[in-house]
Design a binder for this molecule. Structure first.
Ligand code: CMC
Length: 432
């Protein structure tokens, strides 16, 4: 039986070439265009990569029309309900759920390595106190390459694993310290007796002056938020990590590049932007004005926390996040918080508005996560750092998969050049 292919015909010269079709285990087929340039002297043009598969991956599958998200085949709903963040991290990195002994070992490998090199403590002190935490994260995570020299050989699988463990283990400490530094409070060191999420909340909110008991409902909510953000296929920051890694750059530099990309308001910065938007709207009676602005082509305003490149249905993470949000608000007795009431009303109106319905613009994960973070007492400027903390798992697993892919090459897109054609240099005295 002949292999499936697509025939491409160039109408200008009649040349036809067969492009093989590749099938994955799920999702649409993919046209293999690797020979396009050599056979037809053509490039493809796909800004934003809306139709481009840049790699093969076994980690995460999304069906945006059906609202399905699987990590290594397991639905996100099951992981959020039955798993915990470190188990999900193990799954994403290793491909299988751990046995009880593997789970215990992984937990001890991560939780036992959450302290950072003491010199990093001094590195923090070089930043301004009012620095944005994402700026601090980019710097400190990139600088980890200067502290952990023994895990920079990307061709050594063991070193890659230790680098991954270090990043997953130390991110909560680095994120919490970015907050403590901004507050002028002493850094809290990690406690190995606490779970991953508890430890993070403890380092964020405890001070050396008094005992701080982590609220178990908030710790569970935090753990679930981390699961929901752990990986998301080839999004902008993950693609950045892969592209950076494709040149052979070290893992800490690649993750720092991912953090930089995540910072943007169209990506991870949206959770912070949602809160800013709610504050800007201010009261329920002003919602119609902002819905109108969001629909106006001549206005740059968008409803932050709505829409997604891949999901044209409810983001499955948003549904779980909405439930978690209710649990947290109940626990904290914050159901009547005016900003949260405003968010719920905005969601209700947007979901019934023709513009949003027709364009399939549903609330995304960032819409609810910002509300939960605010309720927990995390300042707005820290929101995207929490996303980065969770996504480090996905970034490093995708980076590791890329390094081992035999098809992997340095990422090097081409372009449609629209600039000046070749022309002679004009000496300065003959110009103007
Ligand atoms: N408010 C108003 N209109 C919107 C919105 C929105 N939030 N999102 C998309 N649209 C409109 C857009 O104007 C366009 O209209 P038209 O077809 O008439 O030109 C149409 O919907 C398609 O939008 P697009 O910008 O072409 O779609 P995209 O896939 O390039 O963008 C997005 C996806 C997430 C960047 C965009 O929906 C957006 O800017 N949303 C707000 C920011 C946000 O919440 N980002 C978080 C995304 S989820 C987590 C993450 O990735 O980190």
């Amino acid at each position: 039986m002949s292999k499936e292919s697509v025939t491409l015909t160039n109408n200008s010269n009649g040349q036809s070439v067969e492009m093989p079709l590749m099938s994955g285990s799920l999702g649409p087929k993919v046209m293999d265009i690797r020979a396009l340039y050599s056979q037809m002297d053509l490039f493809t043009y796909d800004p934003g990569y809306t139709s481009t598969g840049a790699c093969k991956s076994k980690i995460t599958f999304i069906d945006g029309d059906k609202g399905v998200l699987l990590h290594r085949g397991y639905p996100i709903e099951d992981l959020a309900e039955h798993s915990d963040f470190l188990e999900t991290a193990y799954l994403i990195w290793n491909g299988e759920l751990p046995s009880p002994a593997e789970k215990k070992k992984f937990e001890s490998d991560i939780i036992g390595h959450s302290m950072v090199h003491e010199q990093i403590n001094f590195f923090f002190r070089g930043f301004r106190r009012d620095a944005h935490p994402m700026a601090v994260l980019c710097g400190v995570v990139g600088a980890m390459a200067a502290f952990y020299h023994d895990t920079l050989d990307i061709n050594d699988a063991h070193q890659r694993m230790i680098a991954a463990h270090r990043l997953i283990a130390k991110m909560p400490t680095i994120v919490a310290w970015a907050y403590k530094y901004s507050q002028g409070q002493p850094f809290m060191y990690p406690k190995n007796a606490l779970s991953y999420a508890e430890n993070f909340l403890h380092m964020m909110f405890a001070t050396p002056c008094e005992e701080y008991k982590v609220n178990p409902v908030l710790a569970r909510a935090m753990d679930r938020i981390l699961i929901l953000h752990a990986d998301h296929e080839q999004n902008a920051s993950t693609s950045t990590v892969r592209l950076s890694g494709s040149s052979g750059a070290n893992p800490f530099a690649c993750i720092a590049a991912g953090i930089a990309t995540l910072w943007g308001p169209a990506h991870g910065g949206a959770n912070e932007a949602v809160l800013a938007m709610l504050q800007q709207i201010g009261s329920k009676d002003r919602i119609p004005e902002y819905i109108k602005r969001a629909k106006d082509k001549n206005d740059t305003f968008r409803l932050m926390g709505f829409g997604h490149r891949v999901y044209k249905n409810y983001d499955p993470r948003a549904k779980i996040m909405q439930r978690t949000c209710n649990e947290v608000l109940d626990e904290l007795g914050m159901r009547n918080d005016p900003l949260l009431q405003l968010a719920m009303e905005l969601e209700r109106i947007a979901l019934s508005d023709d513009y949003f319905v027709e364009k399939k613009l549903y609330p995304n994960v960032d819409f609810y996560s910002g509300i939960i973070f605010k309720a927990i007492g995390i300042p707005t400027s820290m929101f995207t750092s929490l996303f980065a903390l969770a996504r480090t798992v996905g970034w490093i697993a995708q980076w590791n998969e890329m390094i081992q892919d035999p098809d992997q090459k340095i990422g090097r897109p081409r372009q449609l050049y629209i600039g000046a054609q070749q022309r002679p240099y004009v000496p300065l005295h003959k110009r103007g």
